[in-house]
Write a protein that binds this ligand. Sequence first.
Ligand code: ATP
Length: 507
Amino acid sequence: MEEKETLQRIVSHCKEYGFVFPSSEIYDNLGAVYDYGPFGVELKNNIKEYWWKSMVQMNDNIVGLDAAIFMHPTTWKASGHVDSFSDPLIDNKDSKKRYRADVLLEEKIESFRIKGEKELNKKGIALTSLPEEKGKASRDYQKYLNLEKAYGEAATAVDLKRYKELIEEYEIACEVSGSKNWTDVRQFNLMFGTKLGALDETSTDLYLRPETAQGIFVNFLNVQKSARMKIPFGIAQIGKAFRNEIVARQFIFRMREFEQMEMQFFVRPGEELEWFEKWKAIRLKWHLALGSNPEDLRFHVHEKLAHYANAAEDIQFKFPIGFKELEGIHSRTDFDLTEHQKFSGKKLQYFDPEINQNYVPYVIETSIGLDRMFLRILSESLKEESLEGGETRIVLNLPPALAPIKVAILPLLKRDGLPEKAKEILEKLRFVGKTFYEEKDAIGKRYRRMDAIGTPYCITVDHQTLEDNTVTLRERDTMTQERVEISKLEALILEKTDINTLLRKLV
Ligand code: ATP
């Protein structure tokens, strides 16, 4: 029997086994900021490698970039972040707890929908019936329809007063105080500000970038010209982004400092929707190649499009906190490049020799949070398994290519020359990736520790090894053990754990 772990179990597992620690823990943590430990950083780097190679190595028309976190402040005027990168927040006057008003309303809508659909099911009314019929048959379903419509209108008009009215009208209460005593709704900009320069009078106000994409847009011509790229082509980047999130209680799902893996793909105007569909399929394949249950991944169409987009969908994953956004795929039109042209006074156009025309390219963006991807991998890998004899084991059955440690080398005993032999084997396996050597504790206990950090293979060195140069190779998922010649180990381990095995599934 296997049981999916809840978020809390993931959090404790990450801390205990050196994957993720709360930031500055000895000073009682810093909210929604996390540090990656010895095994976490390996897993994170492997995810990055999988993404980077799938984009940059496997596509001749995609190149990389590593832009700075600091950017000229006008960048954020042009991109619209200064004026509109904000969330509507509301405080409960009794508990002093702060909420996102849009999230409160969306959660209420969802709870009416769930209750309504349950009632319809009970009454035997098909969910495919007309909305009016469903509304007539269930009061909650009618409330769902009403609130969804009213919220949609308020969101489109960015009407914060209406948000508050709806929160009051639908009697949404604070989960801490239980009261409905709310402040007005205010907009809160999510960008972190800082200063460049030592003197107050001459220093410049800067922002820590809230997304990596703008570094790509402002370098569009530098990259296109220096790397001799022809449209359609893409620029990929991995880097930190910063957002002063209001609600940040979901571990590494929503952080204030996080990492994004973004790719902006530049296309001819008019061809963007075709490319949008292509990228949706490519990205889904990338996710599925990890061996995930297809039912845990789904597309979610944005009903309310951002001002710059003409199509947008998220790839959602079934996290322990429900189906949530993991990656965004957006058709951003020519908005960003056109805005940067306007604000900088510099042309950001491409001369297309095939059609003999100059134009501002359209853009398809794929944007995935590295930390969310990390959480997804842990959510689907962490299992508690019941074994024969009533025993249980905690196992992280990570895709082998992503595992932090590829193989552990364990001498059966701490004497008789076994440690020396084990270290000799370890030297032979340097090039399979990160290895782990351990001689303390009983062998069963050492296997369990390796299971808990997701190590695909363990090698046990015993007395027979000294005689015939064979070892026991134990496989993590099946726990099967076989006798293998030392000379065959490298190829055997690489066959399963090398990143290229994973990348080959994409072609
Ligand atoms: P959400 O609606 O969950 O706030 P978003 O729509 O603001 O996300 P985007 O701006 O599209 O997110 O960013 C692209 C990706 O970056 C997201 O799909 C997500 O994986 C990741 N991401 C965004 N905000 C955070 C955060 N605060 N912490 C961790 N990852 C994040």
